[in-house]
Ligand binder design. Structure first.
Ligand code: FUC
Length: 781
């Protein structure tokens, strides 16, 4: 195939793209999205991730020794705890008074002494450890070595030839079966020998043992911050060998001279809920493996791939291809700052979707700061749910890239923190409803942590409620909305009870709070009414009102919400023309004007309160703020800027920021996002940002190609989703729309926008319409 010319060939095996044209169909196989390498991983960030939602493995692809670093999503430090500080409520009036008096440093001092959660830090996500596979007789000197991760097949393979024998090693993490499965084969009979053992960095020192053909690692989690370790866990590997002999001793299992070996890895902890650790991991693992009894690899693989593809193949992407995509993935990343490699962006986009499928499934924990992949007993930032941006960013691509099922764990988490956060709201603030501050963990802790200037931010739960609403807005399932309305209402109630009148400006504000995690330069970060809080609460109130209008009268509540909403502090434009981050015009005084958080721009993205077409003055001010903040930052912070520039309609600026994200400083060889260190939010924020360049659904409209960069003149994104339950395919050529296909999954009215040309549609459920543009004017084909 000739890829010397820049051509628009399918960059995925996505079904809808394949159907689009014969050229694409022909190209689709060779262009299947794949990460590949010519050498094994030396570092963890070179290893390749697989995940079943609950179980994760990092595959190193070693020759003489393979390492599978394992995770189970409920193995966290500690146990159930209630981090309420009994002194907090008493300190609240004085903290508020100090803030109103402009004594910010004193307010911070008091908050640090009396207002913080006990303990002041939350629990960390922990690794199980490694399953080690040692291959006697093999050395690292082999021929034809290649390892890869096929995103469409959700499988890693390692291939090489040694002494004339070809070896193939495959690893999957099956959601339907709840196991990681490893298959070892060779071209010569009897050529597979392997010694299996565990190692774990857990200080609780888990113990390995052998039961027949099972190798077991059993132990417990670690205590932390004075909270007892209350979880037990077990990892159980079943070894099935064709031919050869299996023997076990001293916590090791060996297979000698087999034709083929299959390893089935189950893992579980005693976690059942944030307040219940009575599960039986041994029984769970035995049941998981018993269900697989007699099921051959081919069936396990087929079931796994059908399950994965049902999600993955919904969306196809093609930004064009160049010669650069013939290189191994690590080379492409290294060269990306100076090469034209549009399909690296497409790969990053689909990798984001792959990762979310692998780490967030109904019944699993939500994607944490590292998704599900972590090799430490104390992960960076505890591998927690940091909800002042990071957890939300993880889920930005879920609805628009048609993976709504994967949001379920996040909504389950909100249901949990609505309970623990209700106790926190009462104890700390004497308020109804529920609150969560800037982090939560497996135990659904909701208090302010780390230090007042990070943790005293009561709006985390309210931001999560945007996702609760968005899940309805994209899918339009009223039964779901009725189920989650109490969660949104509970969050709103907390603010109805805790918003206070700002004595200087006479508007309703949060107090105490911060603009995450920026210091305003007047002695502290603590403040009343940061812009972000007002915007999040405005969305929360509006979404409660919309939900009530759909579900039926809730008169008293709605009256309270309306009254408060009208008094919320408005956006303000400051002396430099910027969107003010605080009520006072302090942006130029901030300790770090290039701060990674761009919290005050929440209204531009992810919210749609600010946009170029509905609020041009505010959009201009947001742009000024964004320019001052600068483009260079941590991985996730670059990804946020990418989404913001897309919303500003500047495709080339967005693309230049995307280049920063894809370069080796922000993308590890395995394409994990580098904060640094690894943090998965940037992967998801990047996938979202690319979607926003091609399709935006906001302000009750569907925008086609709102920020198409000149670097992607020809391409397609198919199977995307817009608010109002509409599927959208977009194809373009020469920088212009060639066609858009809208499929109504529910009946509804829609306004479609293409660079100022609008078209109103009233679609029946199931109706499919094709739109084209003539001289820039949208029309129905
Ligand atoms: C917030 C960010 C940091 C980091 C951490 C997990 O505190 O400010 O950059 O992403 O979360």
């Amino acid at each position: 195939m000739n890829v010397t010319r820049r051509t628009a060939l399918a960059a995925t095996a996505g079904a809808s793209l394949v159907a689009a044209s014969p050229v694409r169909a022909a190209a689709s196989k060779s262009a299947a999205p794949r990460l590949w390498y010519r050498q094994p991983a030396k570092e963890w960030v070179e290893a390749l991730p697989v995940g079943s939602g609950k179980l994760g493995a990092m595959v190193f692809g070693g020759v003489a020794a393979e390492r599978l670093q394992l995770n189970e999503d409920t193995l966290w430090a500690g146990g159930p705890y209630e981090p309420i500080n009994p002194e907090a409520r008493g300190a609240l009036p004085e903290i508020r008074r100090l803030i109103d008096a402009g004594e910010y440093a004193k307010a911070t001092e008091l908050a640090d002494a009396k207002f913080m959660a006990l303990p002041k830090r939350q629990m960390s996500y922990q690794t199980i450890g490694d399953l080690k596979l040692d291959f006697p007789g093999l050395s690292d000197a082999v021929e034809g070595y290649v390892r890869d991760l096929d995103l469409d097949g959700a499988i890693t393979t390692t291939r090489f030839t040694a002494g004339g024998v070809s070896h193939l090693r495959e690893v999957i993490a099956s959601h339907p079966e709840g196991v990681v499965a490893v298959r070892l084969t060779a071209s010569r009979k009897g050529a597979v020998s392997v010694d299996l053992s565990f190692s774990s960095p857990l200080k609780s020192k888990p113990v390995s043992s052998v039961e027949g053909a099972h190798l077991i690692l059993a132990g417990r989690n670690e205590p932390s911050q004075g909270i007892d370790a209350r979880l037990t866990f077990e990892t159980r590997v079943e070894v099935r060998a064709k031919g050869g002999q299996v023997s076990g001793a001293g916590g090791k299992l060996s297979v000698k001279g087999a034709d083929e070996v299959l390893l089935l890895i189950a893992a579980a902890t005693s976690y059942r809920r944030y307040d219940d650790v009575s599960g039986d991991p041994v029984a769970l693992n035995k049941a998981t493996l018993a269900k697989l009894s007699g099921k051959p690899w081919a069936k396990i693989l087929a079931g796994h791939q059908a399950d994965h593809r049902a999600l993955f193949r919904r969306v196809g992407v093609d930004f064009g291809r160049t010669r650069a995509d013939l290189q191994p993935t690590d080379e492409r990343i290294r060269q990306s700052p100076s090469t034209d490699d549009p399909s690296l962006a497409a790969l990053y986009f689909q990798y984001g979707r792959y990762l979310l499928i692998a780490c967030s499934r109904p019944g699993s924990q939500p994607a944490n700061l590292q998704g599900i992949w972590n090799d430490k007993t104390f992960a960076p930032w505890g591998g927690k749910y940091t909800i002042n941006i990071n957890t939300e960013m993880n889920y930005w691509p879920a609805e628009p890239t048609d993976l709504p099922e994967l949001v379920e764990p996040l909504i389950a988490l909100v249901s949990d923190i609505a309970q623990t956060g209700e106790r926190m709201a009462r104890a700390m603030y004497g308020a109804r409803g529920w609150v969560t501050h800037h982090n939560t963990d497996l135990w659904r802790a909701t208090g302010p942590i780390d230090g007042a200037k990070f943790g005293v931010w009561p709006t985390g739960g309210a931001w999560l409620c945007k996702h609760v609403w968005d899940h309805y807005d994209y899918g339009r399932d009223k039964t779901y909305l009725a189920r989650v309305y109490p969660l949104m209402k509970g969050s709103a109630r907390f603010f109805l009870d805790t918003l206070v009148v700002d004595p200087k400006f006479g508007v309703l504000v949060t107090n105490p709070s911060i603009s995450p995690e920026n210091s305003h330069g007047h002695g502290s970060s603590l403040v009343a009414g940061p812009t972000m809080d007002q915007a999040i609460i405005r969305d929360l109130f509006d979404n409660c009102l919309k939900a009530e209008a759909i579900l039926g009268p809730d008169a008293a509540f709605v009256a309270e919400v309306r009254a408060a909403r009208d008094k919320l502090a408005p956006y303000k434009i400051g002396k430099d023309g910027q969107l003010q981050e605080w009520q006072e015009d302090w942006d130029a005084d901030a300790n770090d004007i290039h701060h990674r958080h761009v919290s005050h721009l929440y209204g531009l993205f992810p919210s749609d309160q600010i946009s170029v077409d509905t609020t041009p003055d505010l959009a201009k001010a947001a742009r000024t703020s964004l320019v001052t903040r600068g483009d260079l930052s941590t991985g996730w912070a670059i990804a946020w800027r990418l989404n913001l520039w897309s919303r500003l309609g500047d495709g080339d600026r967005a693309h230049s920021i995307l280049k920063l994200l894809l370069g080796p400083e922000r993308t590890y060889p395995n394409m994990f996002d580098a904060h640094p260190p690894f943090q998965i939010d940037g992967n998801f924020g990047g996938a979202s940002g690319m979607t926003e360049m091609v399709l935006q659904s906001r302000n009750d409209r569907i925008y086609l190609l709102p920020a198409l960069p000149s670097a992607w003149p020809t391409g397609a994104m198919t199977g995307l989703r817009a608010r109002g339950a509409v599927g959208v395919d977009v194809r373009w050529s020469g920088g212009k729309l060639t066609e858009a296909v809208l499929t109504a999954r529910e009946a509804g009215k829609h306004t479609v926008v293409l660079a100022g040309s609008t078209l109103d549609l009233d679609l029946r459920k199931g109706q499919r319409v094709r739109l084209t543009a003539k001289d820039g004017v949208l029309k129905q084909a």
